[in-house]
Design a protein. Structure first.
Length: 309
């Protein structure tokens, strides 16, 4: 156990962007995800009452939650992690997030990975306790999730993910490339969007299953194109994946417009990233992210660049 303020263990978790295959991944199709250098860092001190304070990238306190089984999601998530890890002492956890909250960039999983790692280090709990605790936190925010956010938060880098127990994670080596993330409306609840897709699959057994099969093909082709740095193909496949997500019912007019505008100002392709229903789109902009952001701003969009590799 550590003491003092200078040697507190810090935990880190990565944010993420799903590049291909969201939603289909819930139903067994592989997906491709990029863990980001942006994410969350957590530190722990022994003090009562047990709490979690979220601080944004500029050092401002966003909120403080107190561990509780019947409170707000953040309170329940903190309780779930502490319970899963078997921590019985009072702890105050500070989490600094440099990934935006609630836009489909995996802030909740990054937070859980950072908090869990800091607690595991503080109480010498052993690495094997980490996954279950992150998963318990993610269950509070996302219900029954595929586990892709959690894998990205803990692993980082670009990899192919296939749901399972344990999930199959295949790291990919891709040339570094710039994406633009465009904010296109308030995000919907991931669990609502996942339920909507499950309902469509139940109603449209054959046709909606064909959409999943098409996404599987897109992901396979995208995997090769990404590793080859064939950006024209990656862009085309992003457009196709967006169309298929629209066919699953998770796009909105604003998300569609953001994709169209990004391509109109020079992106090679664009798609929803994450659950849809609002949130963000990603656009592929090798070497021209700043220019595309400026052109999108002129059309009224808030956007920023991210480098993945
Ligand atoms: O809400 P997000 O961006 O974390 O999206 C989660 C990805 C889904 O495929 C929609 C759900 C899941 O559990 O994989």
């Amino acid at each position: 156990m550590t003491s003092g303020l200078t040697d507190r263990p810090a935990g880190r978790g990565f944010g993420k962007l799903i590049l291909f295959g969201e939603h289909a991944v819930v139903h067994g199709v592989p997906a491709i995800v990029a863990g980001l250098s942006l994410g969350a860092s957590a530190t722990v001190v022994h003090a009562a009452p047990t709490s979690l304070t979220l601080i944004d990238g500029s050092g401002r306190v966003v909120t403080t939650a107190f561990a509780s089984t019947d409170g707000e999601p953040l309170e329940r998530a903190l309780q779930a992690m502490i319970f899963s890890l078997g921590v019985t002492q009072d702890v105050q956890v500070s989490v600094t997030l440099d990934v935006p909250i609630g836009v489909g960039m995996g802030s909740s999983a990054a937070m859980a990975a950072a908090v869990t790692r800091a607690l595991v280090a503080e109480f010498d709990l052993g690495e094997q306790a980490i996954e279950a605790a992150v998963s318990a936190s993610e269950a509070v925010f996302h219900g029954s999730a595929s586990g892709i956010d959690q894998a990205a938060a803990l692993t980082g880098g670009v990899f192919e993910f296939e749901r399972g127990a344990p999930p199959k994670i295949t790291p990919m080596k891709i040339p570094s490339v710039q994406l633009v993330v465009v904010e296109a409306g308030p995000p919907a609840l991931t669990s609502d969007m996942v339920t909507g897709v499950a309902n469509r699959l139940r109603r449209r057994k054959t046709s909606a299953r064909q959409v999943l099969a098409a996404i599987r093909e897109v992901v396979g082709e995208a995997s090769s194109a990404l590793q080859a740095g064939d950006w024209a193909s990656v862009g085309e496949l992003m457009d196709m994946n967006h169309g298929l997500l629209k066919a699953l019912g998770v796009s909105t007019p604003e998300l569609d417009r953001a994709c169209e505008d990004a391509v109109a100002v020079g992106a090679l392709g664009a798609k929803i990233t994450g659950a849809g229903g609002g949130g963000c789109v990603i656009a592929l902009t090798p070497n021209r992210g700043a220019e595309v952001c400026a052109l999108l701003a002129a059309r009224g969009w808030k956007s920023f660049t991210v480098e993945i590799s």
